[in-house]
Design a protein around this ligand. Sequence first.
Ligand code: SF4
Ligand code: SF4
Length: 322
Amino acid sequence: MNNHTKETDGDHTGRVLRIERASIHDGLGLRTVVFLKGCPLRCRWCSTPESQNPLPEKGYAQERCTQCGLCMENCPQGALSFDEAGKNVLTDREKCVNCFECVRICPSGAMKSYGTFMTVNDVVREVEKDAVFYFHSGGGITISGGEPLDQPEFVQALLRECRKHGFHRALETSFFARWEIIEPLLPLLNLLYVDMKHSIPKDHHRLTGVDNSLILENIIKADASEYDFDLIIRTPLIPGINDSEEALTEAAVFLKGLEKLKEVEFLAYHRLGTDTYAHLGIPYPLNEIKSPSRDFMLSKARFFMSKAQGIPVVINGVPVNP
Ligand code: SF4
Ligand code: SF4
């Protein structure tokens, strides 16, 4: 690779939601997880609604607001006002241009921003801070989202830079993208997580807003590809939504023949993103559903295993005995 290419890769700019260090849940060893902005799916259980919008955006945490009024005094667009009770700051989304002046000025952290623009070099500098831990734990970088395939050129450049640094590289994706976007990324990966949200086509469309046929097709193509990476399928298990015997059997039948498949991971549904829905002013669609117990997860995992003989299963990173 020549110097010109090096510069081009490092200068690519992406839309980054946040970078989390020392994660133990998203690949081998200790990981630095780079969450990107933008997602074409609208899963009803999404725990990171702040990742859906492709651009950096602003939120408001009413519970931290002291009603000081500084944000509205300093908003250059006149987009902010109090509600009638004088308790809530309201944003006129037609006027707001996401300049984040209100976020900078807010003394209590009630105004907050989600996401920023970063170059590949900016991200790699962050990732490098953890390099010593990768060496000892076998860890590396995991690129997640949102949907990383929403920014394929940035992801490709970032993976190339990380390969140059010798970092183990994982990508987590819904795989809802054209194959032409996916294929160039595969030779750059050590580990591929594909989130399989629901195995029944009509339910997938109803619950995520998109068809799963393209996703399943991409899994088959990636599995049959010449590239050398491990595949892990991840499924968030949401009681009453995607955990029926029919759905688990359908998934098992589909996954049974895959060659690169290392394991299937079931993630217990949780409600950690519900505050963020409120901060963004978006209603939370699954209000009535509770997080499942460990016993519930185990019984679902064991049912799946009975239909997908031989596929190892983990629940939130912990292997399940058959
Ligand atoms: S982001 Fe900028 S335009 Fe939008 S409300 Fe805040 S200060 Fe006003
Ligand atoms: S500046 Fe912050 S604390 Fe003050 S009114 Fe605005 S949001 Fe509330």
